[in-house]
Design a protein around this ligand. Structure first.
Ligand SMILES: [Mg+2]
Length: 359
């Protein structure tokens, strides 16, 4: 059951991302003009194919790989900061954005795991400027200080779902905040990532969405400068309870999702309002704003809640990088059961060694 939850969460996010990719920069009236009165209802070509993922899924995968590296290395080398290891993974992502694929990587770019040699990741898919500039300007590979900028774009929250699939509920919120802080210095660029990581964790552990949200909001209120994120979430919850407001109107009242608190709130609104995965992700991409990011976040949440049964079969079949997404999702589920042996020369007899690829 837990493996399926991990798969549905990451594959659901990637599907939402791929649905939103062709309309990321289109206002709703142009989406309707192009695709008809229902708006976008299926994959449309983007990046020369159907089902192309964008930077949101790329970075989500690097989050997953970074977390798993940290998880394995933490057991083996005392304490390795999760944020620091994840930053190394993001440095690897940055390299994929600026160089052609090569097996000979420079010093410091040495992520181990399913992404270490994935040639298909060497594509620029409208990467967030803050993510690129923060990772470029931070020459430190080891510091885990917060990014020195005042940015609150959604690049911190759209990549955070794997945190909720691996990190325990006690640490999920703070870990989400720290990982968003690698690139985003503004509290509203970080706290929505904490909320999403906690919501994902509570859903993973079996809570229903309203209760998961309540718990995450209680935690949010303990942080300084939480008001902007709290207000956006409260508006989403209020609108989801008001059936006299159409989803299109409600989303426009929340915002466009370019900033983190709006992207989170739009996604939560869609998850609260929809009756299944398909309806919710289509709601999350048909609006004026950052459709692929809201599609990705809503897809993570809706996949966990409803599974992917309502998705047309071509959404999974045509999804780019489906195999590597699935491998990382399964490893996130399995990791807590890995018997990681600190004596590397003496593996456990029944150890399947799946964890060794992250060393
Ligand atoms: Mg994107």
């Amino acid at each position: 059951m837990y493996k399926l939850k991990c798969l549905n969460c990451l594959l659901g996010g990637a599907i939402g991302d791929a649905l939103g990719a062709p309309v990321e920069f289109l206002p709703l009236d142009e989406i309707i003009e192009k695709f008809g009165p229902q708006g976008l209802t299926d994959y449309a070509p983007s990046y020369h194919r159907l089902g192309a993922i964008t930077d949101d899924t790329q970075m989500t995968l690097f989050t997953a790989n970074g977390l798993l590296s940290s998880y394995v290395q933490k057991d083996l080398k005392d304490f390795v900061s999760i944020a620091r290891t994840t930053k190394l993974a993001y440095k690897h992502w940055l390299y994929t954005q600026e160089h052609p694929y090569s097996q000979d990587l420079p010093a410091g770019i040495n992520l181990k795991g399913p992404l270490s040699n994935a040639a298909d990741l060497y594509h620029r898919r409208a990467p967030g400027r803050t993510c690129i500039s923060a990772l470029k300007s931070d020459s430190s590979l080891t510091s885990n200080d917060s990014a020195i900028n005042d940015r609150k774009g959604c690049g911190g929250v759209m990549r955070i779902a794997p945190v909720g699939l691996l990190v325990t509920i006690y640490d999920a919120f703070q870990t989400g905040v720290e990982i968003a802080a690698i690139t985003h210095g503004h509290p509203s660029g970080q706290l929505p990532a904490g909320v999403l990581a906690a919501v994902i964790r509570y859903l993973y552990e079996g809570l229903e969405l309203p209760k998961a949200l309540n718990q995450a909001i209680t935690r949010l209120k303990t942080y300084k400068a939480h008001e902007e994120t709290l207000n956006a979430l409260n508006l989403a919850i209020k609108l989801a309870c008001d059936r006299s407001v159409t989803p299109i109107k409600a989303i426009s009242l929340i915002g466009q999702g370019w900033v983190a608190e709006e992207a989170l709130a739009i996604s939560i609104y869609c998850a609260l309002n929809a009756k299944d995965f398909r309806q919710g992700v289509l709601m999350a991409v048909n609006h004026d704003g950052d459709s692929d990011s809201t599609g990705a976040i809503a897809g993570n949440v809706l996949g966990l809640i409803y599974g992917l049964d309502s998705a047309p079969s071509n959404w999974l079949e045509n999804l780019e990088l489906r195999e590597v997404i699935s491998e990382l999702a399964e490893d996130l589920c399995d990791a807590p059961n890995w018997k990681i042996n600190a004596q590397l020369a003496q593996p456990y007899p029944d150890d399947d060694l799946a964890w060794r690829k992250y060393l």
